[in-house]
Design a protein around this ligand. Structure first.
Ligand SMILES: O=C(O)C(=O)[C@H](O)CO
Ligand SMILES: [Mg+2]
Length: 259
């Protein structure tokens, strides 16, 4: 059955970030992911992982000015030096945490900017990042994000992502298949997953439309997770949802899917 990782940016928000690791372990998770670790020294995070016997399976490269609305810099003009420095920072964290995957966000080009030029920059920056990360044994991931949550985000569909992976090379860049975004944008969750399986490097889930835990919305999880298992996906599925109530109280859904 699928292997689930707790997303510590969204789950266990009842306690401060560094205390979420122990709660995730107590709740039965063997792995974690989160968005951005950069407010904490890598050693402090490593200590928490080791202290409770957890694996780090994913985190994000620095996204630019997140509080100011930026969602990555890879497609933005005049940001290449910052982008590359961010990848180097992320690689230091990846080495310290023993994390083999890095989600590199593309950004939201401004209204006056050419979409074509932004896309060309995005692909060129990703190609550089993918090669640099491959040297350190880290796989770069890209994720199409739905237009309601992130209007104008550079990567909107799984076919666009597949074309980028194909152009740069599936040995160094892969698709982060987030069932929540995919359901909103494109649907056809299981056939699409089966077709894209060779280039999927990580999955994430949340129910639609409220981005809460499975069972709170429109997705038929027994069917979808059963098919994902049957088609041979053996990677991690990050639980990237905002619990509807208290995190542990909302974890009942997971029991029937645990191996
Ligand atoms: O929003 C998501 O689904 C993600 O996975 C990103 O890492 C953060 O926006
Ligand atoms: Mg996601």
């Amino acid at each position: 059955m699928p292997r689930f990782a707790a997303n510590l940016s969204m789950m266990f928000n009842e306690v401060p970030f560094l205390d979420r690791f122990a709660l995730a372990r107590q709740a039965g998770f063997e792995a974690v992911e989160f968005l951005f670790p950069y407010e904490h020294p890598p050693e402090s995070i490593r200590e928490r992982l080791d202290g409770c016997g957890l694996r780090q399976v994913l985190f994000n490269a620095p996204p630019g000015d997140w509080a100011g609305g930026e969602r990555g810099t890879a497609s933005l003009p005049d940001r290449q030096a910052e982008f590359r420095a961010g990848i180097e920072t992320a690689l230091r964290y990846a080495a310290a945490l023993g994390c083999p995957r890095l989600h590199v966000m593309g950004g939201i080009p401004g209204p006056g900017q050419s979409r074509e030029a932004a896309r060309a920059r995005y692909v060129a920056n990703l190609a550089w990042a993918a090669e640099r990360c491959q040297q350190e044994g880290v796989l770069v991931l890209i994720e199409p994000i739905n237009r309601h949550d992130m209007p104008g985000y550079i990567l909107g569909s799984s076919d666009e992502a597949a074309a980028i992976v194909e152009a740069i090379g599936p040995e160094r860049i892969a698709l982060q298949y987030d069932l929540y975004h995919t359901q909103i944008t494109e649907g056809d969750l299981t056939r699409r997953a089966e077709r894209l399986l060779p280039i999927i490097g990580h999955m994430q889930l949340a129910d639609v439309p409220h981005r809460h835990e499975p069972g709170t919305g429109e997705i038929a999880w027994d069917y979808v997770l059963g098919r994902i298992d049957a088609m041979g996906y053996r990677g991690w599925i990050g639980c990237e949802y905002r619990p509807a109530g208290e995190t542990v109280a909302g974890l009942g859904w997971i029991e029937r899917f645990r191996a």
